[in-house]
Ligand binder design. Sequence first.
Ligand code: EPU
Length: 443
Amino acid sequence: MAKDDRFIIAGLGGAKTLHGELNIGGAKNEVLKVLAGSVLFKDGFTVDNVPEIEDVKQIIALLERLGVKVEHPSKNKYSLDTTKLREFSLPADISKKLRASVVITGPLLARFGQVVFPYPGGCVIGKRPIDLFLSGFQKMGAGITEDGETFTVATRDSHLVGAEIFFKNQSVTATETFLMAGVLAKGQTILKNCALEPEIISLGEWLNECGAKITGLGTSTIEIEGTGLLSGAGKVHHTLPDRIEAGSFMILGALAASDLTIKKCCPEHLDALISYLAEAGVKIETGPDWVKVINRGDEKFRALDVKTHEYPGFPTDLQAPFSIFLTQVEGQSYIFETIFEGRLNYFEALNQMGAKAKVLDSHRAIIDGPTPLLGREIESPDLRAGLAYVLAAIIASGQSVVHNVEYIDRGYEEIEKRLAELGLDIKRASGDKEELCQCLPQN
Ligand code: EPU
């Protein structure tokens, strides 16, 4: 992937002409943690339904630097051999790009009694502190030193000790980190105010299948009995469908399709989005593993107040894509982003496309609709806002060029190919060559 990849999209000008069906891939935010969890294994395992996305490539490169042998026998399938895992320092170049790298710190510390890591990177969507991680490690008996760039965390007797940890914020990656650290700690670990995301449950169930003793998954209190290294020889983990990818395509369906069937997904993980879309007036049908969005083409959708919330509430990762939908509904909608304080920055470019949104502060915005959007050149600021810009470009009149596609590639596999199969005129361009931009005059 070249750094300056961009999408050139011929907007539909509000017509709802896309149609067809597509399959949802494996969940990014589950598989990254399952791969990180390989550090807990004495042998290794196979994982399938792995999305071929940049973040997966990065975490695999990171694991390889730690000594894990990774094979890629076929598309969407990886096999890991952890017998030569020796290294407990996270390489800074990769860790600084990937927030999920922080999840490896817990298993490494638990396995080797020490871990060295830089401040983790990832999408710039707010402060993204690591205080919950540092205080949890201390509770489990580790000491921390910091030299301005690197944290060194070390235990006294080469092992963590089970502890009771209360998370002052419900954090996905902190819950996962301590869920995994507890597996190799001495004694019992009790985690309170845990995040409830389905990806965490699936990770915990997988570890249990391989020898862990974790109870309370899917509740706010999780208990882990330290059991020692896990064994996954001959076992295959099947990654959950990505609910954020499925939700992104549902929003696309409501905005731009006559009918769109989203297959190989888990509708029960999409309850919040389904209920918001239905309240706005979108026609949705669901089956055991599919969702269908249907439009006559002339429907008027109603404005909504949306508040992001930890699972099972409305996901922060769908807030930006959903705002594109809200530019097309009748009346004034209100967005309250409660999880991250840097996730409303995409509105400026959206307003330049013709939206009427006002950002009230770092957590709240109002959107007046419906407003037609006009094609423009736009730069993706992060993964989900990047996808939101693709949606905006699709419904706009004229051509748009969406830059910084490398952000979108972090989380969506072959997005342009799948959109083209639904009838969209979308091309990827690379390199320095300026494409002839046929965007409409900028408003
Ligand atoms: N928080 C703290 N201290 C910490 C850690 C988190 O105060 O030590 C706070 C955060 O500032 C935030 C809240 O806790 O206000 C929740 O953040 P969380 O830790 O749950 O976020 P995360 O684990 O860093 C994961 C996903 C994000 C997703 C959030 C919320 C991964 C790798 N990332 O991030 O996914 O938005 O949970 O659901 O699992 C994405 O996929 O685009 C993405 C950003």
